[in-house]
Ligand binder design. Sequence first.
Ligand code: AMP
Ligand code: ZN
Ligand code: FE
Ligand code: FE
Length: 281
Amino acid sequence: MGKADLHTHTNASDGDLSPEELLKKAQSKKLKTLAITDHDTIKGYLAAKGLAADFGIELISGVEITAIWNSKEVHLLAYNFDDDDPEFRNLLLNQRTARKLRMQAIVSMLNSQGLKIEYDEVLAEANMGNVGRPHAASVLIKKGYVSGVAEAFIRYLSSERLRGIQTQYAAIKEVLRVVKEAGGVISLAHPGRLYSDTEITSLINLGLDGLECIHPSHNFTAQRKYTALAKSENLLITGGSDYHGTGKSEYDPYFGIVTLGEQHIEALKRTSENRQRIVNI
Ligand code: AMP
Ligand code: ZN
Ligand code: FE
Ligand code: FE
């Protein structure tokens, strides 16, 4: 039975590795199936698409979308969509703009706290990729304001610290609709990190297809709990390492270790293929 990792990031968002480097690493860890799930962009996935077979990897289309639900940011993992779907592409374009506007607001907030950092410096950290808080953390570290990423998040970048910043991310219902119309499936990312059980039930009722039961932030008990919930609610079980690059986050040692069994990939594809058939009728 092969192993799959359905949650990874490249330098198209806040990961360190290029898509090709990630494929190489996946091959070295003997993964059979990989999804590149950058934040609100499929550029890394598109770059890897034509190369995956050379590394013996089956690549599934993926993206981690930040959606708004009850004024909270929710991470949704979308898989196996038509990557050419115009409405889906447009949604991602809007998300990219929303990220830039949000980062401008974050930089202003940091400036008002006396930190001398500029928006362009943060954007430069993201290179051409989608900007996010880890890029702001890198600038804070370089300028000596904090000693590491963890400190940057605790002192300045946590959602509590950023409360009050308006964002223009898409509403969760919109994301669910657009991804499903593009033939994709949607799983709730790392549920154990952020939500109460009641909130998870409400989210499931909105029309999620799956739950990310396997994630480095879940201990064995959490993994079992979410797997049981997914089974009882007839949801897909997804999972992965949330790899961002070696030394980049606390989860990075888990690439190749926190993996998903191949049987779940078949179920995911079947759900998506049935949906594509319905969409095309
Ligand atoms: P953003 O896309 O701007 O919302 O940033 C989210 C990303 O920040 C996550 O995908 C992680 O890579 C990173 N992140 C979130 N919380 C933390 C934390 N407490 N410590 C380190 N990195 C974090
Ligand atoms: Zn990230
Ligand atoms: Fe996430
Ligand atoms: Fe992630």
